[in-house]
Write a protein that binds this ligand. Structure first.
Ligand SMILES: [Mn+2]
Length: 253
């Protein structure tokens, strides 16, 4: 048995998205990836947009994702720490997943000391984006009263609506694989460049959301890693305590 000492980072699985050609196959590949990680993982960070849509009620949760949830539960039960960051698709994680699966739900960004090295972690939505429209939508989505009102609508209307919206916003962004817009244009990079000046102790910034897979030097001795996705590219980052590597999971096996 290998001593579990590795930290894995992945994001943007978008499980349940209606644009997956084969939902069951997608879930199977994600589970294979997590099983591979389980061999030497001490900690797994899911950095947001794990599910394409999620809204839990006090006594009822959406259907689906049973095998995926089972995999997470068995990882937690075997002693692996699993963090689940809320993305902009799975904003409404209340207490079901943390209580039922034992994952640690995180809302927002976090600075973590891992093996004596400082990591800045987050989904990365809204970072460097200060547009009015974004701030308004974000405050509505996170407003407790709005959440209560939304939960009072029958899910037969809200769930199809949410999936249609997700599909539409993906289409607006052009579908396909995203491309990195350059260090001067990417909002996450612009944010990190400035932030790292005041926080020279942070070595790695790891985020998702953009669906691009890059490792860029920020200057100031730091790097920005954007994690790609886990429905098209099946990419992730691996930290073994000394080195950070960017990896592709071969889903054809
Ligand atoms: Mn996102």
């Amino acid at each position: 048995m290998v001593k579990p000492a590795v930290t894995y980072f992945l994001s943007d699985l978008h499980l349940g998205a209606t644009y997956m050609s084969d939902e069951r196959e997608h879930e199977r590949r994600v589970i294979d990836m997590l099983k591979m990680m389980s061999h030497d993982a001490r900690t797994v960070y899911l950095l947001g947009d794990v599910l394409d849509y999620w809204f839990e009620y006090r006594t009822v949760v959406p259907r689906g994702h049973v095998r995926f949830f089972g995999q997470l539960a068995s990882m937690v039960d075997s002693g692996i720490e699993v963090y689940w960051f809320a993305g902009n698709h799975d904003i409404w994680l209340f207490d079901y997943l943390s209580q039922e699966l034992g994952v640690k739900v995180v809302d927002g960004t976090v600075i973590k000391d891992i093996d004596g090295v400082k990591f800045f972690l987050g989904h990365g939505d809204g970072i460097g984006d200060t547009s009015r429209g974004f701030r308004i939508i974000r405050s509505i989505f996170r407003n407790k009263i709005c959440q209560k009102l939304f939960s009072a609508i029958h899910p037969r209307w809200t769930v199809p609506f949410a999936y249609r919206w997700s599909r539409h916003s993906r289409k607006v962004r052009g579908g396909g694989v995203a491309t990195y817009g350059g260090d001067d244009n990417e909002p996450q990079m612009r944010f990190v460049k400035e932030y790292s000046l005041k926080h020279p102790d942070i070595r790695y910034y790891i985020m998702g959301h953009r669906h691009v897979f890059v490792n860029r030097p920020v200057g100031n001795g730091a790097n920005l890693i954007i994690l790609g996705d886990c429905f098209n590219q099946y990419t992730y980052a691996r930290w073994d305590g000394q080195n950070l590597s960017l990896e592709h999971f071969d889903t054809t096996e």
